[in-house]
Ligand binder design. Structure first.
Ligand SMILES: C[S@@+](CC[C@H](N)C(=O)[O-])C[C@H]1O[C@@H](n2cnc3c(N)ncnc32)[C@H](O)[C@@H]1O
Ligand code: SF4
Length: 344
């Protein structure tokens, strides 16, 4: 079993970000955690938990002790090798917070750096400088974290090959295990505030090659290095609980989402909006996600029409067939290949 826990608080709201997070709701963090703890404690886990991901928002923006009761409840249900990730912002991931999370059992840290270039950080509206990212990684190592991810973003109008090379150099110096590199995506209402380079496949390819050259193998369109088991479980279509406001969970053919208003969530953490999935929805998700990652797609998930189209792409070496599964050697083309396979 897999668990996602959402922390909807951030020290400041970045203008590009559409995640469920608030910078003006810290007054209700205690009530939020009370509701969150109640929601989690309502579940009797039949299967052992193999991954937990605490995401946000910014999990490090709140006192680490607020997580104590949740871990106390979850601990007896954890697999011995349970991967427990927490996201964090370099600004708030201080040694005290990191030490406490490590003591609770968190064994993977995911830091949102976004860039190491001061101009780009300002452009993105970030509240930390690049030195702070180095300090947070150093502190995470002191606290005992061995599995550390850093998120960066590319595709802003400031990005050039030279800027990307400097980001890669900084990432190399950090000596971490994983890098998530996201191409900047903007919801339309934010587009006027930040401009970005739409469709810059040359820069994307350059970034991917550079990351591979410093030893981070790409295993999904945005992910490189030591595989994150939690993400892998999403892409495989496994069941997972989603706890908290905004959190999405999927159990069988039921996908549900927590309230997107914090006061409503606190009033009733069990109220979810529910989407019924069909077997066809699950199948097409497996195809779509499999093409974006090393998971690949089972031929049995393809309709006979799709299998015929896949054969053409296999001949053209745009897809690779191995043991009844097809694999996409260029994740940047995943969306196009999916559309091509799906045509009637
Ligand atoms: C929940 S945040 C990570 C932790 C923390 N909130 C922070 O930003 O430092 C998850 C990641 O999503 C990425 N992200 C957020 N908005 C994005 C956007 N509009 N386009 C691409 N990536 C985005 C960023 O790299 C960010 O680090
Ligand atoms: S990118 Fe991270 S810190 Fe910025 S608003 Fe989004 S969740 Fe919060």
């Amino acid at each position: 079993m897999h668990i996602y826990i959402h922390i909807p608080f951030c020290e400041s709201k970045c203008p590009y970000c559409a995640f469920g997070s608030h910078s003006d709701q810290f007054a209700i963090t205690k009530e939020y955690f009370k509701a969150l703890t109640k929601e989690i404690k309502n579940i009797k886990f039949n299967d052992k938990i193999s991954t937990i991901f605490i995401g946000g928002g910014t999990p490090s923006s709140v006192d680490a002790r607020l997580y104590d009761e949740i871990f106390e409840y979850l601990r007896p249900n954890l697999n011995n090798d349970c991967e427990i990730t927490s996201e964090a912002n370099p600004n708030s991931a201080n040694l005290k917070w990191l030490n406490h999370m490590r003591e609770l059992g968190v064994n993977r840290l995911s830091l949102g750096a976004q860039s190491f270039n001061e101009k780009k950080l300002k452009f993105l509206g970030r509240i930390h400088n690049s030195k702070r990212v180095f300090k947070a990684v150093e502190d995470a190592k002191i606290a005992g974290f061995k599995n550390i991810n850093v998120d960066i973003m590319y595709g802003t109008k400031l990005d050039t090959k030279a800027l990307i090379s400097s980001e890669i150099q900084a990432l190399k110096e950090l000596e971490i295990t994983h890098i998530s590199a996201y191409s900047l995506m903007l919801e339309s209402e934010f587009s006027s505030k930040i401009s970005y380079q739409k469709d810059s496949p040359i820069l994307a390819k350059y970034l991917i090659n550079s990351l591979e050259n410093i030893g981070f193998n790409q295993y999904e369109i945005s992910n490189f290095g030591q595989i994150c088991k939690h993400n892998l479980s999403y892409w495989q279509g496994d069941d997972y609980y989603g706890f908290g406001a905004y959190a999405v969970g999927t159990i069988g053919l039921k996908r549900y989402k927590g309230a997107t208003n914090l006061k409503n969530y606190i009033a009733n953490p069990f109220k979810k909006s529910i989407e019924k999935l069909s077997l066809e929805d699950k199948r097409s998700e497996r195809v779509f996600l499999g093409l974006r990652s090393i998971i690949g797609v089972s031929l049995s998930d393809l309709s006979s029409n799709m299998q015929k189209t896949a054969e053409i792409l296999i001949k053209e070496r745009k897809l690779i067939l191995k043991n009844g599964r097809i694999y996409n050697p260029n994740f940047l083309l995943a969306d196009e290949i999916y559309l091509y396979l799906s045509q009637p």
